[in-house]
Structures are given as C-alpha cells and as structure tokens.
Design a protein around this ligand. Structure first.
Ligand code: ADP
Length: 451
C-alpha cells in the first residue's frame, strides 16, 4: 500500500521525469525536422540549378548579342512569349528538346515557370515551352510568388550566356513548392504522432521508475515507523510498572519497611531496564553515524577475549554453566577496530549463550585464525533457534519467545547491536543453530599482519 506523502512524491518525480523527457524528445524532434527541411531545400535548389543549365543549353542557339533573340531559330523561337501577352502553347514535339529535358517528367515540368530577364533585370519573355503550367502567365505570380491556385513558388535567378558565350541576361525560375509543403506536412504529422506516443510511453515509464525509486525510501520509512513503534512499546512496559508501583505506594497510607523495600526494588529494577534500553538505542543510533563509529585503533583479540571471559565467569557459575575457553596465547592476533565495541559485541553473544542455555550446559568461547583473518566463535549447548526464526534474530526488538526473554531482562536489541558492530568492522555475524541442541555465533576480522 502507498503512503500518501510517498504517493505525492512519486507523482512529482514522475512529472519531473516526464517533463525532462518531453523537453529532450521535443528538442530532438525539432532538430530532426529542421534537418529534413534543410536537406529538402538543398535538393530543391540543386534540382532548380540542373533545370536552369538544361534550359540555358537548349535556348543558347537563339540567344544573340545582349538580351536579343534570333527569331529565325526554330523551334526555340516559338517557345518565347514576348511582352507577357497571352500565349498559346506551341506544338513542339518533346523529341526535339534534347536529352536534358527527358530527365524532367511531366509533373516536374508543371512545377516550373521560367522567364528571361535582360541585363537590367527587366522581363523580356516567358518561356511557354517546355514548361506547361498555365499560371506562369499570371503577372502577379512573378511579384507575389503565389499563384491563383494558392501554391507558393521558390524564386531563383541564374545568369545565362549568348551563343557566342557573352553575358546575355538572366533566367528567372519559379518552382512550385506544393510537393515540398505536402512532404513536410506529413513529416510534421509523423513526428507529432511519434513524439506524442513517446511522451505517453515516457509518462508510463516515469511512473514506474518513480515507483522503483521510491521503494527503498518507503521501505526505510516503514522500518523507521516500525522501529519507533517497537521502541515505544519496549519503553512503555517498564514505565507502566514504575507508574503502577508509585501509584500503589501513594495510595497506601502507611508502607511497612518490607513493602517499601519491595517497591523500591521494583522501581530500581525497572529503571535499570529502562536505562539499558535507552543506552542500547543510543548505541544503535551512534552505529548508524559512520563518522562517530570509525575511531579504530589496533586491538589484541587474545587479551580482549580473555578479559571478557574473566568478567563472565561469575555469571556463568551462578547459572550453573560451564564456561570453556579456547583462546591461544600465541600467536597474538591484532586487528584494527574499536575495542569497546568489539567487547560489547562478544559480550552480547556470551550473555545470550549463558541466558539461553539451561543449567548444566556448556558455553565455549573460541578464538582461531587463518592467514589473514581471526575468527571469533561463541558456542552453546542451549535451547537453540528454530530455522524459521533465524533470519529475524538480528532485527531490532525481535525475540523468539517474547515472555521468556522479557522475564530474563533482554531488550531484543543485543544481536542487532552485535551485527551493527561487526558490520562496522567490515564483517558479518553468522549463526548456525539447531533447536534443542545449541547455537554457534561467529564472525571473522581482518588481521593487521598476516600470521
Ligand atoms: P534479547 O535481549 O532478547 O536476548 P537479542 O537481540 O540478543 O535479544 O536476541 C534476539 C533473540 O534471539 C532472543 O530473544 C532469543 O530468542 C534469540 N537468541 C539469541 N541468542 C540465542 C542463543 N544463544 N540461543 C538461543 N536463542 C538465542
């Protein structure tokens, strides 16, 4: 289920992703469109130049002097329409036109209007053949580049030479761009459809991506909420006991010395429990802050574990448990770490081992090594942990048997703290356990010097 603030953040994130995608796709689409337009114009102008060359070659035998036409040269002379009067199309067979014109098909010929200009750019004649488009005779076409059918024309002027290779005047060519307009219109439609469907897909992908991105945040938020609820629950129990004892003491008119002692003992026990929970929580918080926890110095594991075992001998004896120690005097195993934290980590394991081993059992602390690593193991012959509980015992406040561990004063934070410390030392705490047979907790630490 989605929590409301996360749902809002997901929507915002997806909106941002989509907007960025729209910008990128829109930008790419625009660039592609401009490139297509540019390429089309280039090929159109190339085509116009080619046509101009063909027309000039065909006309040249009739071009004489400066802007004069030799009207005796047929069939070229029949193709000129002077003074821009209404001209009929002459019946000149295509076969007399030469090979250059054969390259132009009829539609292309219809796209063109050509007229001749003198050296001062005054129009002399319209070429009524081989270009057959009747709108070429509309006078306003040459001014507005727009014919009566609403077609736009592209205008180009080319210098031409007479048959004696002197400068004769120029050739003004108009080329209808209707086909280009239609082509670009379809390119625009295709790009639009492509961009819109890409935006739709990008929107869906963004929504999914935002969901994936939010998952770890949401998970850690839920874990934090769970942790806060668990911590409040843990703190509430001793607080409730303290409150109940204080109220009972206040209600009774006179407490006997035994009752007063009992009340104070409960208050003392519960406040000790409370302070243990608070200290454990603070320690866990410190573990989460890498800058505070990384105050490492060389530690001698042999000494550290020996001191720890000595501190637990009395507790094990009281619990009627045999505490075995397999810690070699040599070699000295030195690791880089925080000795207080390492002491705390193994102490948690040892105290659990004693706590969850019935009287008469055996708890063993073993220090062994490989070439580059020391291995610390705490083994017990206690009640063991069921396989289904093993994945959760390192979670904060997780207890296999709630009633039993609470009664024994456990906070449910011991293994979480040990795991945090061990991970802080770049290692991992492992457990092997069999219900009713016992448990083994172990972790490795990198040695400063190889042994
Ligand atoms: P607690 O303060 O309750 O001992 P821990 O985090 O140290 O909390 O341990 C979590 C749970 O794992 C304990 O409640 C207990 O059920 C189980 N556990 C830990 N160590 C052992 C062990 N050596 N033998 C059996 N059960 C254990």
């Amino acid at each position: 289920m989605q929590i409301r603030p996360f749902h809002l953040s997901r929507r915002r994130l997806a909106a941002w992703y989509t907007s960025i995608m729209v910008l990128i796709l829109g930008g790419c689409g625009f660039i592609i469109y401009r490139l297509v337009v540019h390429a089309k114009w280039l090929s159109l102008e190339k085509e116009m130049r080619n046509v101009a060359v063909v027309v000039e070659k065909w006309l040249q035998p009739a071009l004489v002097g400066t802007s004069k036409v030799d009207l005796t040269v047929e069939p070229i002379a029949s193709a000129f329409c002077f003074e821009l009067q209404k001209c009929d199309r002459p019946s000149i067979p295509d076969s007399t036109m030469g090979t250059g014109f054969a390259l132009l098909d009829q539609t292309e010929k219809d796209h063109y209007c050509v007229r001749l200009l003198d050296t001062k750019d005054h129009p002399i004649a319209i070429l009524k053949f081989p270009f057959t488009n009747p709108v070429c005779q509309e006078p306003q076409l040459w001014e507005t580049l727009l014919d009566s059918k609403g077609n736009y024309y592209h205008n180009k002027v080319y210098m031409i030479q007479s048959r004696s290779q002197d400068s004769w005047g120029s050739l003004q060519m108009l080329r209808a761009v209707t086909d280009l307009d239609i082509y670009l219109f379809w390119i625009e439609i295709c790009l639009m459809v492509l961009i819109l469907s890409s935006i739709g897909l990008a929107g869906a992908a963004s929504w999914w991506l935002a969901g994936v991105a939010m998952q770890p945040v949401q998970r850690s938020y839920q874990q934090m909420q769970q942790f806060t609820a668990d911590a409040a629950h843990e703190l509430r129990t001793p607080l409730a006991a303290l409150k109940a004892m204080a109220q009972a003491a206040l209600r009774s008119d006179e407490l006997t010395p035994d009752e007063a002692k009992e009340t104070l003992e409960v208050i003392n026990r519960q406040s000790n429990h409370l302070s243990t929970i608070v200290q454990d929580l603070l320690l866990l918080c410190q573990m989460d802050q890498p800058t505070i926890t990384k105050t490492f110095s060389p530690c001698c594991l042999n000494t550290l574990l020996q001191e720890l075992v000595n501190d637990f001998i009395a507790i094990a004896k009281t619990a009627e448990i045999t505490l075995d120690v397999l810690i070699p005097d040599q070699p000295i195993l030195m690791v880089l770490g925080n000795s207080d934290q390492l002491y705390r980590a193994v102490a948690n394991l040892l105290s659990n081992a004693i706590q969850y081993t019935p009287a008469g059992g055996v708890v063993t602390v073993i220090l062994s090594h490989g070439a580059t690593h020391a291995v610390i193991q705490v083994h017990d012959t206690g009640i063991g942990i069921a396989p289904e509980d093993q994945p959760y015992i390192f979670d904060r406040f997780y207890r296999v048997d709630q009633k039993r561990t609470r009664k024994q004063g456990g906070t449910g934070l011991g293994l979480a703290i040990t795991q945090a410390i061990v991970q802080n030392h770049q290692s991992n705490l492992q457990v092997e356990s069999q219900l009713g047979k016992g448990s083994l907790f172990k972790f490795r630490l990198a040695l400063i010097k190889e042994v």
